[in-house]
Design a protein around this ligand. Sequence first.
Ligand code: FAD
Length: 555
Amino acid sequence: MAWDLVADYVIVGAGSAGCVIANRLSAERSLQVAILEAGGDDRPTRNLSQFMSNLMIHVPVGYARNLKNPQVNWNYETEADASCGGRVFSWPRGKVLGGSSSLNAMLYVRGQHADYDGWRQLGCEGWGWDDVKPYFLRAQHQERGASDFHAIGGPLNVSDVTETHPVSDAVIEACVSAGIPRNTDINGGEQEGVGYYQLTVKNGQRCSTAVAYLHPAMSRSNLQVVTEALASRVIFEGKRAVGVEFIQNGVTKTIQARREVILSGGAVNSPQLLQLSGVGPGALLAEHGVPVVHDLPGVGENLQDHYLVALTYRLKPHVLSVNELTRGLRFVGETVKYLTQRKGLLTLSAAHIAAFCKSRPDLATPDIQFHILPATTDVSNVGEGGAMELERAPGLTIAPCQVRPESRGHVRIKSPDPRVHPSIVANYLSDPLDREVILAGLKLGRAIAEQPALADLIDHETLPGPAVKTKAALLAYAKMAGQTLYHPVGACAMGRGPGAVVDPQLRVHGVEGLRVADASIMPRLVSGNTNAPSIMIGEKASDLILGKTASSMAA
Ligand SMILES: Cc1cc2nc3c(=O)[nH]c(=O)nc-3n(C[C@H](O)[C@H](O)[C@H](O)COP(=O)(O)OP(=O)(O)OC[C@H]3O[C@@H](n4cnc5c(N)ncnc54)[C@H](O)[C@@H]3O)c2cc1C
């Protein structure tokens, strides 16, 4: 076969995990590494609209602008969700260097130690907390300095918010009086508690994995970064992956992988690409005329996501929330502050305050996470391209989610054409436990809002509103108003059982020369946001591929 390009390792997808792997593998100068990315470059360009999209990647508050921007976003949609009144959910995913780390809200959260110990219990040997901790540390540059749980010197910058906010400070007081302990480090020894989130931001700019890992490696002569390249299938010889077919500017091309192909296309694409390549449930592949390379029933199943439901409050007229900073002279002032000091509104993420707590006192670890921000989205005024606008009057959002949902969905191809988005079924709140925990979260959110520390600040609840009182009414609200927290995982689950897709070395079961390394391999969703865990997966995958261990890396 005549190949257009050749490398030892071919990585599909330059996202949170893929950029890490490209950097770590190409650091071995004897290896030829290629990374294919369906989206474009994230750096400034001469094309004005692309320039604006890319600018909005790097200025943290630009997050809201790219949530539906097709220049950098796959803009997936779920099927109508039967368990949430037939609603269709919008699922943004980054389609640009950095992947979803170029689009996300930059909250730095690792999850609980018990999450990873739980993976190990499920048969994922080498993925317990003690095994993965060195990879979180290797990735990190913690601006607070090194400690038992944090490291300095890694590529991923982790910083505190540039400014606290009086309403957020009052929310912390309210949480404490509602029984949630103060916690200044939710990524330390204990996750339970309330405090400000830390962010993957450096000097007021987003620290995506493109910025942290890929840009510094792009000048290496042994790394090819191929953008605008949509991988359309893995090429097999028998059961061995030997390369990847991709479409670039309408032309179908091929790249040979002399050693391995690594799929890092993320939670939706990795299962889709496996199915398109003939690795997946036999009946599904047959339905779409895809020749079966290996019948692997778990590919696309076990999909999990966090489901967030917001309580919103109108603050009293004298209170200044983030809402008012986004308009008029105040916005001009914030822009000047950003340009001169790299501080303020423009460095803000989608949440200020994290609170992790338990829905029942007998639980060993928290099962509820709050995202809290002194701002409210104007749902009646969605800006150009679907950008999020804030309300004019002062507002506060207190949004709980259940961190370990039991509901499961799936990703299944709808067509053998790689350009056709697959069918995504989320099944939010389909499990009774998920309904119970979200109700507990809403109840606790209201209890926080009723604490004395917020009495002088909150005027009234706007959503769902005081008339919504009974469990049934609150659940109906949760179903109609909840949204994705953008954390899909699990559809190429790691493990050993019949539903598993990859083994603990991340090798796809039943074939050779093929691994998956991204959020899709998580057998169970972690109890927190998924960017840092995806980066950890990229770090550990690199060592697995190179045959290194955590201890050899320290040497
Ligand atoms: C809007 C939003 C907000 C979020 N907020 C946070 C947050 O604050 N904190 C947090 O921890 N997590 C957050 N997340 C989640 C987190 O960013 C993701 O879980 C993480 O980035 C997933 O990493 P990944 O490597 O699995 O996939 P991605 O980072 O999505 O990377 C996949 C890459 O593969 C490319 N690709 C896909 N298919 C192909 C193909 N066929 N050919 C070539 N390239 C392909 C994509 O374009 C993309 O660049 C958020 C996510 C989103 C979308």
